[in-house]
Ligand binder design. Structure first.
Ligand code: EPU
Length: 419
């Protein structure tokens, strides 16, 4: 068991390089299954979820190797279509192997994915879409057995909600399917654009990715390529919150402001100055922060649910009352009780959280219950008086590469302790 021990009230300043995006790297790694040549993914973050994806690839008979933020995958020797249950449980995003394996092999077997700490996370839209494409799905004892007796074919698919994972699974399956697929009401997240661009670099014919209508014309094979994973917009938002909470200034390199159009104005409303350049964001914050108008999480281009917890951490110290409405996941306020233990004044009811800014947060022993909520506790610890211990660091490690080093390099007092 590891924990992060933070001595708060240190102002952050300096330069920081933002990691590659977890939520892009994972579907890209699954996408490698479709390619008959070698793929090199650069700027791949060093995260437990990335390593779990590499283990899945190796179990499937592909060869994957991680070295210094670069993953090479050769899927030409794919020999297995079943993902072991323990690896499926390790991370929710393992579900994208469903579309990739069906696309490549026309069959697959996997259990329902893990990572359910945000509440129930159904995959009905993924399965419904794949059924439209000719997949027969049998579920027995939590294991999904999928076959395409007449081959995988294109279809016109309307999603009832722009699900990120369902859009990715359909794109992956459709890239090698027979004929044309159109996804209506597709997710528009930048990670979807990255997946589409990656697949096109491998020879896929995809257009409209990044808009709500994505068209995919199936091709007979995909080749390898070299591709650079996009910067992590949620890690960037997290470090912007760290600057806000500590009244600091950070120069974030490898940060793309164009992906953060709903996030940057929230920091500006808090009173922070934000300057954006190509692939760089500079944030300068003076305390006290100001409360903000209602922040509503929405599918992209709305405010991202993944940035809700870290922005809430900053708002605990803002002067006035801020309101947050979480519209994407039903159980994404698990960090609230822990922030309250640190002196925050937050009330939640259903989707709504009302945050009354307080003058001071106090160090406490708190526990991460999920990835982003865990990061929010670390940020609160940076601003708190005294010492904060954040337990269950394994959640944070799923999405933040060496969070303590990034923050320490910018002046924070934070260490990882193994118990
Ligand atoms: N949903 C359904 N049925 C489905 C699919 C989704 O009801 O078949 C619901 C979900 O229960 C949820 C909503 O639709 O309430 C959104 O789910 P979505 O499918 O869009 O999310 P996801 O693909 O499971 C990805 C990210 C999440 C991020 C969400 C929303 C990855 C690996 N995960 O999840 O990231 O919160 O999109 O943007 O890309 C994180 O990084 O901390 C994280 C949880």
């Amino acid at each position: 068991m590891q924990k992060l021990v933070i001595r708060g009230e240190k102002r952050l300043s300096g330069e920081m390089t933002v990691q590659g995006a977890k939520n892009s790297a994972l579907p890209l790694l699954a996408g490698c299954v479709l390619c008959s040549g070698e793929v090199t993914l650069k700027n791949c973050p060093s995260l437990s979820d990335v390593f779990a994806s590499c283990r899945i690839l190796n179990c499937l008979g592909c060869k994957s190797r991680y070295h210094d933020h670069c993953v090479t995958v050769n899927a030409s020797a794919l020999s297995e279509c079943a993902v072991p249950e323990d690896l499926m449980r390790e991370m929710r995003s393992s579900i994208v192997f469903l579309g990739a394996l069906l696309g490549r092999a026309g069959e697959c077997e996997l259990s329902f994915p893990g990572g359910c700490e945000l509440g129930p996370r159904p995959i009905d839209m993924h399965l419904g879409a794949l059924a439209q494409m000719g997949v027969q799905i049998n579920e027995e004892f939590g294991v999904l057995c999928c076959r395409c007796p007449h081959g995988l074919h294109g279809a016109k698919i309307s999603l009832s909600f722009p699900s990120v994972g369902a859009t990715e699974n359909i794109m992956l399956a459709a890239a090698l399917a027979k004929g044309d697929t159109v996804i209506y009401n597709a997710a528009r997240e930048p990670e979807i654009t990255d997946l589409g661009d990656f697949l096109c670099s491998c020879g896929a014919r995809i257009s409209g990715h990044g808009t709500s209508t994505v068209a995919i014309s199936g091709v007979s094979s995909l080749h390898g390529c070299e591709y650079e994973v996009m910067p992590d917009r949620i890690a960037a938002a997290t470090y912007m919150s760290a600057a806000a909470l500590t009244g600091g200034e950070l120069d974030l390199k490898n940060a793309r402001a164009c992906d953060m159009q709903a996030v940057i104005p929230v920091f500006e409303q808090m009173g922070c100055q934000v300057f954006t350049y190509e692939n760089r964001i500079f944030i300068n914050c003076k305390r006290p922060l100001k409360a903000v108008r209602t922040v509503r999480t929405m599918p992209y281009p709305g405010f991202p649910t993944d940035a809700q917890a870290v922005v809430m951490a900053a708002l605990t110290r803002a002067r006035g009352t801020s309101v947050i409405v979480e519209n994407i996941f039903c159980s994404r306020y698990r960090h609230v009780d822990e922030l309250v233990r640190m002196g925050a004044d937050i009330k939640t009811e259903g989707k709504v959280a009302v945050v009354e800014g307080v003058k001071r947060l106090y160090g406490a022993r708190v526990r991460a219950a999920d990835l982003r909520g865990g990061a929010a506790l670390v940020l609160a610890g940076l601003a708190a008086q005294g010492e904060t211990e954040v337990e269950n660091v394994c959640y944070i490690d799923r999405g933040y590469e060496n969070i303590e080093k990034c923050l320490r390099d910018a002046g924070a007092s934070i260490v990882r302790v193994t118990e």
